[in-house]
Ligand binder design. Sequence first.
Ligand code: PEP
Length: 252
Amino acid sequence: MRKKLLLGNWKMNKTPSEAKEFASSCEEMVKKAIDNNVDVGVAPTFVCLCPVVKYAPKGLIVSAQNCSQYDHGAYTGEVSIPMLKEVGVTYCIIGHSERREYDAETSEKCNAKIKALLAAEITPVYCCGESLATYEEGKTNEWVAEQIKAGMKDLTPEQAAKVVIAYEPIWAIGTGKSATKETAEETIGFIRKTLEGMFGAVAQDIRILYGGSVKPENIHDYMSMEDIDGALVGGASLKLDSYKALIDNLIG
Ligand code: PEP
């Protein structure tokens, strides 16, 4: 049985003091999620990781939004996995469409990062998803299969089982235009089949999240689908009240 996961992607929002405020105020919500067998976490910016780790209640997953595939060296502006590990990060988002678009992040680079994260026992949350043009051309499956095959290349089935996949259609991210639960389920089912082709039966253990304008009003619909194991949420994860409502409606 795959455990549900709700991960808030804060993107480039919140100062360290705002992040601290959220982390110090979310104990009740985190307890509720854990008591209902749901993993719950946030992905703050690099500078907010330390305050969030320090002030978060036990059980709140703290995720980075990116990492370098290299351990150290002349990579100005980058943050390494050993650095993240030392501050207490346990998850890391990889290949978010905004990084693919603005920072030329390729699936091959994501593959190197995923392998490095697994070696450090940090859970990668590997994002895939198609543009509106690809969706309208009816080429979603081809597109995501390519991203999955390249990003998950050469992993063993044991390693693959430790990766979380996030399917995020780009046309649904931050647009308020979410995919229907049926569309999300269909593509996520296809992603699971692709993973089964690569890794066999272990594909049934891999958690696959949906992301793209998930809100308190629609999260329950997604969670009612068989193949959807949680959500990666941007805008609706920023305010504590909204995050609480996501948990309440995910569970209820
Ligand atoms: C995201 O940032 O991964 C995301 C899905 O954003 P939003 O929920 O705001 O669409």
